[in-house]
Design a protein around this ligand. Sequence first.
Ligand code: 1Q0
Length: 216
Amino acid sequence: SMTAVEEKFSLTEVLSSFKACLEKENQDVLMDYYISGWKGLVRFMNSLGAIFSFVSKDAVSKIQIMEAFRKSSSGDQYRSLQSMVAYELKAKLVDLNKRAEHSNSGCRTILRLHRALRWLQLFLEKLRTSTENSKTSVLCTEAYNDSLANYHPWIIRKTAMVSFYALPARNTFFEVMNVGSIEDVVTMLGEAMPYVSQVYDITQQLYAQHNLLDLP
Ligand code: 1Q0
C-alpha cells in the first residue's frame, strides 16, 4: 500500500543519502546513510515493475545482512565502511579465498553493493546526457556491461539482459524520478552524482588498499 511518504518520494532524496554518507572530517563512509541510500534505490526499482524483483530481492537481502550487523552487539564496529573493514579483518571475520564459515561478511556484502553502485553511476550519467531518441535498454545494457556484468555468471547476465528490454522509456524514467522537468532532472543529477562518485571512489580505494576487491 502507498503511504503519503512513498508518493512524495523523489530521487533527489535518495541521492542525498550518498551525500550524507561522507563524514566531513575524515571522509569515512557512514553505514546508516549508505544503507538508506540503497533502500531508496530499491524502492525505485520496485516501482519499475515486478520483472526486476530478482534484482531487488538480492539487493534487499544484502541490505538486511548489513542491518543485522548494525543491530548486533558489535554494531558500533559497523558505523562506517572503514571501521567495518578494520574490525572484520582484525577479528578474521572475512573469507578471503573461498566462502566458508564467514560466507556473508560485511566486507563481501558491501563489495556487491559497491559494484552495483558503479552500474548506477554509469547508468544515471548516461541518462543525464541522453537525448530524446536514446533507448533506456541500450543505456542500461552499456552501463551493465561496463560494470556488474564482469562479476556475474552467464545465466545472470542473460537474465539481466532480457529484463532490460522491459525498462520503461526515457520519459517515464524521468517522471518516476519525481524531480520535475527533464531540465530539472539533468540539473539535479549534475549536482548529486559527484557525491555518489566520491562514495564510490573512497570505497574502491579502501577495498584496494586492503586487497578486498575480489572477495568470494
Ligand atoms: C533500473 C533497472 C535495474 C537494473 C539493475 C542492473 C543490475 C542487474 C543485476 C542483476 C543481478 C541480480 C541477481 C543477483 C545477483 C547476485 O548473484 C550478485 C552477486 O551476489 P552474490 O551474493 O551471489 O555473490 N549480486 C549483485 O551483483 C548485487 C546486485 C544488486 C543490484 C542492485 C541494483 C539496484 C539499482 C537500483 C536502482 C534502480 C533505479 C535507478 C534509477 C532511478 C530512476 C527512476
